[in-house]
Design a protein around this ligand. Structure first.
Ligand code: BT5
Length: 326
C-alpha cells in the first residue's frame, strides 16, 4: 500500500467529512491527485461518501489495529509476546507469511494483516479478506507432541474463539461446525486454518490462522459463496477491533498452553455444548467427494467426527471432510 493512500485512510478513518482541499493540504497533493487516491480507497471495498461543499467521508469509521491498544486487553503474563507481534497493512496471507518465517525463526510469533490479497481457506479455497474491517491473524506455536496428538488442535482453537466471543459479550447463537467453523445462527462468522510443519527433535511448528468477520463491507461480502455473519450484525454496535483481538489472543495463548499440557481432553465438553451437528442429520463429503449421510454423534477423543448410519446404527469416523447440515 503506498504511503499517500495510507495517510489518506488515517485521515478519513474518523468517519467525518474532509474537504478535498484540506486533504490536499495535509498530504501536499493536488485535488485531482486526492480524487485519484479516493478511487483507490473505493477499490479497497471502502464505501466513500462524496458531497459538494463538504468533501469526502467514509461510510463507517475505521479502528486500525494497534499494538498499544491490543496490549491494554492482554493480561501481564502474555505481554511478553508483544515484541513478536507484527501488524501489516497488507500481506498475501498471514498463514503463508508465518509458514515462510518458521524456516528461520521458531519462537512464537503473532502476525496480523489489515488485508490479505490471497487469504487462504482449506484445500485451496479462498478467505475473503477486505481491508481494515475484519481480523486476519496467524500465530506460530511450537508443540512438543506426537503428530497424531495435534489432530485435535483445530477443535481447541475453535473453542478458544467461541470463548473469546463470549467474553466480548456474544453469548447466544454461536455454534461450532467440525472441523473448523465458528457459526452464528448457522452462518459462518470465523474460520480456522492450521498448517503443521516439523519435525525437529520431535517438535512441530503449528501455524494457526484465524479469520474473523468484524464488519464485512457489502461489496466484499458478495464474493463469499456461503451464508456468513459478522460481529457488527450480531452486536448491532460499532465493533471494537483491538479489544476483540486482545480478548482473542488471551484465550488463544491460554488454549495453546493447555493443549501442550493436556491435549484435546479439556476441550471436548465445551465443543460438545456448541456442536451444531450433534444428533442432527448431516452429510459428510469426504476428500474423495464421497457423500455420507448420517446422524452427527460429536467428536471422539482425538477430534475425529463420528456419525451414525441410521439404517444399521453403525458408527463411522472421519479425519477430514466437509459437513453440511440438512
Ligand atoms: C476456513 O477454510 O474456514 C479457514 C479460514 C482461515 C482464514 C485465516 S485468515 C488468517 C489466516 N491467513 C490465511 O490465509 N488464512 C487464515 P474453509 O473451511 O476451507 O472455508 C473456506 C470457505 O469459507 C470459502 O470457500 C467460502 O465459502 C467461505 N468464506 C470465505 N471467506 C469468508 C469470510 N470472510 N467469511 C465467511 N466465510 C468465508
Amino acid at each position: 500500500m503506498n504511503s499517500n493512500l495510507k495517510k489518506l485512510l488515517k485521515l478519513l478513518s474518523d468517519g467525518e467529512f474532509h474537504s478535498g482541499s484540506a486533504l490536499g493540504k495535509e498530504l501536499q497533493l493536488t485535488r485531482s491527485a486526492i480524487w485519484k487516491l479516493i478511487k483507490q480507497v473505493k477499490n479497497l471495498d471502502i464505501e466513500v461518501v462524496a458531497k459538494t461543499n463538504q468533501g469526502y467521508k467514509i461510510a463507517q469509521k475505521i479502528e486500525f489495529l494497534n499494538k498499544t491498544k491490543i496490549a491494554h486487553y492482554l493480561p501481564n503474563k502474555y505481554r511478553k509476546y508483544l515484541s513478536e507481534l507484527a501488524i501489516f497493512d497488507e500481506l498475501p496471507s498471514t498463514n503463508s507469511y508465518l509458514t515462510e518465517s518458521v524456516k528461520t525463526n521458531i519462537k512464537p510469533q503473532i502476525c496480523f494483516a489489515e488485508m490479505q490479497t490471497s487469504g487462504k481457506g482449506r484445500l485451496g479455497r479462498k478467505w475473503i479478506s477486505p481491508f481494515a474491517r475484519n481480523i486476519y491473524l496467524s500465530v506460530l506455536w511450537q508443540f512438543d507432541k506426537k503428530i497424531e496428538e495435534l489432530s485435535g488442535l483445530s477443535i481447541a482453537v475453535a473453542v478458544a474463539v467461541a470463548k473469546a466471543l463470549e467474553l466480548y459479550g456474544i453469548k447466544h447463537d454461536i455454534g461450532l461446525k467440525w472441523p473448523n467453523d465458528i457459526l452464528w445462527q448457522k452462518r459462518k462468522l470465523a474460520g480456522i486454518l492450521i498448517e503443521i510443519s516439523g519435525e525437529t527433535h520431535h517438535l512441530y511448528n503449528a501455524v494457526i490462522g484465524i479469520g474473523l468477520n468484524i464488519a464485512m463491507p457489502k461489496d466484499a461480502a458478495k464474493k463469499i459463496d456461503q451464508p456468513w455473519a459478522d460481529i457488527a450484525e450480531i452486536t448491532q454496535a460499532v465493533p471494537e477491533r483491538n479489544k476483540l483481538v486482545g480478548v482473542l489472543l488471551d484465550q488463544l495463548f491460554t488454549t495453546l498452553d493447555i493443549y501442550q499440557q493436556q491435549g484435546i481432553t479439556p476441550f471436548l465438553a465445551p465443543w460438545r455444548k456448541l456442536d451444531v451437528s450433534l444428533n442432527k442429520k448431516i452429510t459428510v463429503i469426504t476428500p474423495m467427494q464421497k457423500k455420507i449421510v448420517g446422524i452427527g454423534k460429536g467428536i471422539d477423543t482425538s477430534g475425529q467426527l463420528v456419525i451414525e448410519d441410521q439404517s444399521n446404527g453403525k458408527l463411522f469416523k472421519f479425519v477430514s471432510g466437509e459437513v453440511s447440515l440438512r
